[in-house]
Design a protein around this ligand. Sequence first.
Ligand code: CTP
Ligand code: MG
Length: 227
Amino acid sequence: MAKNTLIIAAGGTGERTGLDIPKQFYVIKGKPVIVHTISVFEGMEEIDEIIISCHKDYISHTLDIVEKYGISKVTSVIEGGDTRQKSVYKAICRVSEDTDYILIHDAARPFINADSIRRCLIDASVTGCASVGKRVADTLKRSDDKCYITDTVDRDNLWQIQTPQIFRRDIISHCHEKCISDNVECTDDCMICERYGHRIKITEASCINTKLTDSSDILLAEAILGV
Ligand code: CTP
Ligand code: MG
């Protein structure tokens, strides 16, 4: 069976939520968001090890959380970087050599479910790259700079890309290194691999997989997970 390592991107400070702590540490239903998130992966036999890339000020807090909630698959909590890309790359450098696939997931996406992760793992085994996503449901408009509609965008085949994003270890580590040498900053790990010509399959999420971004998402999380 393939060896799968999960990287949790938890190096941000969650400015847009307006909370006084990074959103991944906000407690909902008695557990920090990051625990809700990791528990889904921890409970899957397909996941072998977990590396958390964390903001430097929260490393000891994260280690305490890992111990308190008995998350046994976490092998390291490392210092992240000043961008998500750097946080992920630092974790990639810590993944063990015998890992076949690397899963990259945002700490701030606590509603992920095992079914979406499993189907994404299967999709990644075909071309080496896959990402969970959601088809765009709303009608899309383009506007001018003054917010007047200029046209309607055809939404066929348009997706909101989420996480986890899953890659063969050699592909993702090679593409991250190329981005560093080419001095390119990408918004997600798919973009890093797209750039160098890799085909990436999209796995349709079978759950709400919202990323907690602003204060309304915190209310949503409390409504879904319970206060
Ligand atoms: N992230 C990270 N390292 C960074 C920045 C972000 O690992 N330097 C992580 C965040 O912790 C989060 C995920 O990437 O789990 C998605 O990023 P985002 O939603 O932008 O989170 P923040 O950067 O924390 O929030 P904000 O942009 O509002 O400050
Ligand atoms: Mg951010």
